[in-house]
Write a protein that binds this ligand. Structure first.
Ligand SMILES: Cc1ncc(COP(=O)(O)O)c(C=O)c1O
Length: 426
């Protein structure tokens, strides 16, 4: 370094002490990079990383990740679709794509939404995203500033909490019962905070992650009316909506109130998560701002995944594909409920999902489920303890079990191990 440059370097107003300059031969430079991390990095991430880490372990019965059953992956059809795409449209499938998504893929999303939700979004107002989680990240980038408040169901999806707390928002939970979010409690909260209105309400109305519960029809109607009255944007996450065991979903919030609802969807649970693909539909101003934000993120969702999805929609494959996925998850849910009945001590209660991937347990004896999770790993069974699904330390005695990715023959054995563990502590 020239003398001139060395002097200039010393003059840089570092905001944290870094060993450089006069003592450079005696003091070791500070190589603890974690001290340079932004404040927002401190919030969350570890539970999600742990879920993905245990996913690779072969000899553990994994009730931890909300993973779709590999048996539902449409491998045979996919081989044909891929061969056809590479034969007839290699450039379109392998090239960069427009930020908002390929025109034909946006039409395919609009068609799929029309067929499953009875209402068709304008394709010009569909944003194709790299999964549901990216849609959440884009939304937080567009809407949230440090200190803004966000309302969520308590408990709620870990990834959403990470997105919100990562943007330094103040996250407030509204309790749930067997009919989903307590809309009366939300109303009380809004009355108290008036005239200030939270920036958004995040809700998973169907077969919720982590509880498996769904919002009743009456509450759906009351919720959108309330939010319209207060000018509160509803972010509806429909990740599990098409996986109700009876195949008869309730109206989506977006279909009830497209003016106040931004819907986030994903193909991870209904097709496969190996292509990261999702969508956002809703008020045009919000979708457009999210599209602009995406230019600063990954620029575009992968064209290959978009092309595959489009072929699935155009080929009319979704109805049969979804029907067989629903049947498989219904069987696994029944096996899980039967096993819980057989093996859990009297102190434990659980939800009874009518779709989706999850059962939610509460131990009335007050087990510390974070501590027990370590013991469970030693017994070769994995689950996610309840507290990470809340922002305020609740959930210490709760457990999320995902039955979706566990073969039926392993479900009983895994639950039996957990039953022994919880019985020993009650
Ligand atoms: C409720 C909910 N929303 C969104 C996602 C994100 O899905 P992906 O980013 O794989 O599309 C998940 C995944 O577990 C989820 O449970």
């Amino acid at each position: 370094m020239s003398t001139q440059n060395a002097e200039a370097a010393k003059a840089i107003p570092y905001d944290r002490p870094v060993a450089i300059g006069a003592d450079e031969h005696t003091a070791a430079p500070d190589l603890d990079w974690s001290r340079r991390f932004a404040a927002r990095v401190a919030s969350g991430g570890s539970e999600m990383t742990a879920i993905l880490a245990v996913a690779g372990s072969q000899d553990t019965i994994k009730f931890s990740g909300g993973f779709p059953a590999p048996e539902t992956f449409p491998v045979k059809l996919l081989k044909e679709v891929l061969a056809d795409l590479l034969e007839h449209d290699p450039a379109g499938s392998l090239q960069y794509s427009p930020t908002e998504g390929l025109a034909a893929s946006r039409i395919a999303v609009a068609d799929l939404v029309a067929s499953t939700q009875g209402s068709r979004p304008d394709p010009a107002n569909v944003l194709v995203t790299s999964g549901g989680i990216e849609a959440l990240q884009l939304l937080t980038r567009v809407l949230l500033e440090a200190g803004d408040s966000v309302v969520v169901e308590a408990p709620t999806y870990l990834g959403a909490l990470m997105a919100f707390t990562g943007s330094e928002a103040l996250v407030v939970g509204v309790s749930m019962d067997t009919d989903g979010l307590r809309v009366d409690d939300l109303e009380t909260m809004l009355q108290r905070s008036a005239p200030r209105v939270p920036k958004l309400l995040y809700v998973i109305p169907d077969h919720q992650n982590p509880t498996g519960l769904s919002l009743s029809l009456e509450r759906r109607q009351a919720l959108v009316a309330l939010c319209r009255r207060y000018g509160l944007l509803v972010v509806e996450d429909v990740a599990y909506r098409e996986l109700g065991f009876d195949g008869q979903p309730l109206p989506s919030l977006w279909s009830l109130a497209p003016d106040v609802v931004l819907q986030i969807g994903t193909f991870s649970k209904i097709l496969f998560p190996g292509v990261r693909l999702g969508w956002a539909i809703g008020p045009a101003t919000v979708v457009t701002a999210m599209t602009h934000a995406k230019q600063n993120s990954d620029q575009c969702a992968g064209a290959l995944g978009q092309a595959i999805m489009r072929r699935f929609v155009e080929g009319g494959h979704f109805p049969a594909h979804l029907a067989s996925a629903r049947a498989l998850y219904a069987e696994r849910a029944a096996a899980m409920l039967g096993a819980l009945e057989a093996h859990m001590p009297a102190s434990v209660e659980w939800t009874r999902p009518r779709g989706g991937f999850f059962v939610w347990l509460t131990d009335g004896a007050g087990a510390d489920t974070r501590v027990l999770a370590l013991e469970a790993r030693r017994m070769k069974v994995a689950y996610v303890p309840g507290s990470p699904f809340y922002v305020d330390g609740q959930g210490a005695d709760q457990i999320r079990l995902a039955y979706s990715g566990v073969p039926e023959e392993d479900i009983d054995e895994g639950v039996a191990r957990l039953g022994r563990l919880l019985s020993a502590t009650s």
